[in-house]
Design a protein around this ligand. Structure first.
Ligand SMILES: [Zn+2]
Ligand SMILES: [Zn+2]
Length: 221
């Protein structure tokens, strides 16, 4: 048996704790990378931990766009999570895609009535990495999804400052006819919730094309 994250063989040092308490089977080292966010005490808008009320950022979004995102995030974006996402996303280590497949599958059971839609990468990013880091995690969790959106070709995001990113124009266009969107509930999925801007862009275009509800899930916040 292998660790779902680093793929190291587990048999020799598989502890009882690893067998029974780790939802995705991870070795002791990898288990420490992921800290679950307690969902009862998160902002109902963005999934921020340790506040059960709508936070200031979400109030600002609500004032500006007229809706909140209804985002939830699985794990805290901390040093441990960065130890997973950096080799996975930036070095392109595809083996790490199944790190929390079981948790992801379990979580998405609550969204059976939703169309699951990973946020798309630009063609350039996709070619650099060779895979979409979000849909590859969904694949490993056995989740069916629909690529409702595609990216207009713009400069890669990490080269822009936070401020520039907030001002950025709509980066998405429809990748499916809008009959696939009208009156649908859509769950957008992304890796990390930072400012929320990208998810709001996704939600805006879906609402404009008649989506009934748009919510989101990110792996970390
Ligand atoms: Zn491991
Ligand atoms: Zn919030």
């Amino acid at each position: 048996m292998r660790c779902s994250c680093c793929q190291k063989e587990l048999i020799s040092n598989l502890t009882l704790r690893e067998l029974f308490f780790s939802p995705s089977l991870r070795c002791y080292h990898c288990e420490k990378l992921f800290t679950r966010i307690e969902q009862r005490t998160t902002c109902p808008g963005c999934g921020r931990a340790d506040t059960a009320e709508l936070c200031q950022d979400c109030r600002a979004w609500q004032g500006k766009l007229g809706f909140v995102m209804g985002n939830k995030s699985l794990f805290r974006y901390n040093a441990g999570f960065r130890q997973w996402i950096e080799p996975y996303k930036f070095t392109g280590d595809y083996r790490l895609r199944g790190a929390f497949a079981t948790e992801l599958a379990q979580y998405l059971r609550e969204y059976r009535k939703y169309v699951i839609c990973p946020l798309p990468l630009s063609t350039e990013r996709f070619e650099q990495r060779g895979f979409n880091q979000v849909s590859s995690c969904l694949d490993s969790a056995g989740v069916t999804y629909e690529l409702l959106l595609k990216r207009k070709e713009l400069a890669p995001q990490s080269e822009k400052s936070r401020e520039e990113r907030l001002k950025m124009i709509q980066p998405f266009e429809l990748n499916r006819p809008n009959e696939k969107i009208r009156n649908q509930k859509v769950l957008l999925v992304d890796d990390v919730y930072t400012t929320g801007r990208t998810l709001f862009h996704g939600a805006e275009i879906l609402y404009r094309n008649g989506a009934e509800t748009v919510k989101s899930l990110t792996f970390a916040r």
